[in-house]
Design a protein around this ligand. Structure first.
Ligand SMILES: NC(=O)c1ccc[n+]([C@@H]2O[C@H](COP(=O)([O-])OP(=O)(O)OC[C@H]3O[C@@H](n4cnc5c(N)ncnc54)[C@H](O)[C@@H]3O)[C@@H](O)[C@H]2O)c1
Length: 314
């Protein structure tokens, strides 16, 4: 299938890799004419890294690259595309304007999906003639290494469009999470937000330092969470499964939740503490270098997960 990537910044270019690796022809378009060329050059480097870590499904980098075409005209990018993935800046006015254009120009049966991190699809698709074919498909960065994608319908998105989007993503090696209806924060940012709020509270109230909080996740909870969700985790953590877990442990948590009702201002005095501790461990001028380290670790983890799934099952 042909896929049109609209907006070729951070996320658009990463989606291009993911879809082209799965065998799709990808047309890249951006309002800034220079952006698609930059994106293609960046993609070349990443494809070499992915080939080295055996994350290109056995294909040569050039075979994947040949499927990605920077396209000067929006109409040409959309012509014949069965799926349009929009990656313009996260501003309601921009999304409304871009979606109006895409709905007018895209093929009649094309799906139009937004990568929006936080805007509800109803806020920028309501007035469109083709609003039934619009939805959010929100990836984590970068989608060619992190499989989860949140599929979020507006109240008027047709079920057929939701199903087609889920199938397309799954066939491309993604792990779609399909919401029944839209909600602020979707699923993953609500989970992440709950965890961050508690992390800030522990530091703000003087119970723990930031490194201890990070150890608790990095060398504790996240080891299981990197291959099981919280529900499967608790199902396996007591002899009798999830019901046994709830009967034994809900009381412990219920006591905690009453202590967690008060909001912490992340930008308040706690930020001084968090920032000072982080900058002591990692000076600001080394953030870029550490991001490269993170990306290499993510690649190694993705390769390991693939191997482990083959060996032990998913
Ligand atoms: N960066 C992330 O980690 C991340 C993760 C998930 C989702 N997203 C979402 O992806 C979307 C894009 O974010 P990004 O980080 O790639 O931003 P970015 O700034 O890197 O890229 C945006 C691109 O859109 C182009 N653009 C601007 N106006 C446009 C228009 N009207 N039509 C087409 N292209 C236009 C810009 O030239 C730029 O190349 C946002 O909705 C964001 O919330 C970002």
């Amino acid at each position: 299938m042909k896929i049109a990537i609209i907006g070729s910044g951070f996320i658009g270019r990463a989606w291009a890799i993911s879809f082209a690796r799965a065998g799709h022809d990808v047309a890249l378009w951006d309002r800034d004419a220079a952006a698609t060329g930059h994106a293609r050059a960046w993609i070349c480097g990443v494809l070499d890294d992915l080939a080295r870590t055996e994350l290109l499904r056995g294909q040569a980098p050039t075979a994947v690259l040949d499927r990605i075409s920077p396209t000067a005209e929006l109409a040409d990018a959309l012509d014949g595309a069965g799926h349009v993935q929009e990656n313009a800046p996260e501003k309601p006015d921009v999304k409304r304007e871009v979606f109006a254009l895409l709905d007018r120009l895209a093929d009649a049966d094309a799906i139009i999906a937004s990568s929006s991190s936080a805007l509800l699809p109803s806020t920028f698709t309501e007035l469109l003639e083709g609003r039934h074919r619009c939805l959010v498909a929100h990836p984590l960065n970068p989608p060619y290494l992190i499989p989860a994608v949140e599929v979020v319908p507006a109240p008027w998105t047709s079920q057929r469009i939701v199903d087609r989007t889920r199938d397309l993503l799954a066939e491309a090696g993604h792990a779609p999470l399909v919401m029944k209806r839209e909600l602020d924060g979707f699923i993953m940012n609500r989970l992440q937000g709950a965890l961050l709020e508690e992390a800030f509270r522990l530091v703000a109230d003087g119970y723990a330092g930031i490194e201890d909080v990070d150890i608790g996740i990095r060398d504790g909870l996240a080891l299981r969470w990197s291959f099981m969700g919280p529900f499967e985790t608790i199902d396996l953590n007591t002899p009798g499964g999830v019901r046994d877990y709830v009967e034994r442990y809900q009381g412990i948590y219920a006591n905690l939740f009453t202590q967690m009702q008060r909001r912490v201002d992340w930008a308040g005095p706690v930020l001084e503490t968090v920032e000072a501790a982080r900058r002591e461990r990692l000076p600001e001028d080394r953030l870029g270098e550490r991001r490269l380290w993170r990306d290499r670790r993510l690649m190694a983890l993705a390769a390991h997960k693939k191997r482990a799934e083959g060996e032990y099952g998913a």
